[in-house]
Ligand binder design. Structure first.
Ligand SMILES: C[S@@+](CC[C@H](N)C(=O)[O-])C[C@H]1O[C@@H](n2cnc3c(N)ncnc32)[C@H](O)[C@@H]1O
Length: 180
């Protein structure tokens, strides 16, 4: 059975074709950036930490694929992307093995999500991996769930996927598709 992140990748790969413009909103260690680049998509990836860009650049080089890496918050996505996008992914929380004080925040996450939903083509998908075990995580989780629950059903299909018998705070996936 697929875990939530594997499911996110599976559902994104279903719609992405070579040449599509896609956004990794939270680059981190670059796993999602490399995943998207391997689909031969044109990838624009954001992070607020230089370390994330360095790690992602190394990972891209090892995989022999490329992406545009931007050292800025995803809430400024509209300053860099003004064309329709096919997909985006968020991995909320902090960069593993790094400064746990630098976390995604509800306000900027929702700002970025709203902007990306505007840019999303019909049939396009946005994945949000919700980690909420860290300080501030619950607030962000609830803000995202409130926001996506209010998206009009006529325009967006919103699904949730995650384990329900796991200990601690298991991450889960929210997947949004813009209807055809
Ligand atoms: C859970 S990690 C992402 C993991 C990543 N997707 C991977 O494959 O390794 C969350 C990342 O979001 C970044 N971040 C925090 N606030 C951000 C913002 N406003 N815009 C973009 N990235 C942000 C953090 O620096 C951190 O690297």
């Amino acid at each position: 059975m697929l875990g939530p992140l594997e499911m996110a990748h599976h559902l994104l790969a279903e719609v992405i074709v070579p040449g599509d413009l896609v956004v990794d909103a939270t680059m981190g260690q670059g796993y999602d950036t490399v995943f998207l680049a391997r689909l031969k998509a044109e990838v624009i990836a954001f992070d607020v930490q230089r370390l994330a860009l360095d790690m992602t650049a190394d990972r891209l080089e090892q995989a022999q694929v490329s992406a545009q890496l931007i050292l800025d918050g995803h809430e400024n996505v509209d300053q860099y992307v003004n064309q329709p996008i096919k997909a985006a992914i968020f991995n909320l929380g902090y960069l593993p093995k790094s400064d746990k004080q630098v976390i995604t925040q509800a306000e900027t996450t929702l700002d970025a999500l709203a902007k990306l939903l505007e840019l999303l083509v019909k049939g396009g998908r946005i994945a949000l991996m919700i980690y909420y075990g860290h300080a501030g995580g619950l607030e962000e989780r609830d803000a995202v769930l409130t926001f996506v629950s209010g998206l009009p059903q006529s325009v967006f299909q919103v699904m949730r996927y995650g384990g329900i018998n796991q200990v601690n705070q298991p991450p889960f996936l929210v997947m949004i598709e813009k209807r055809l």
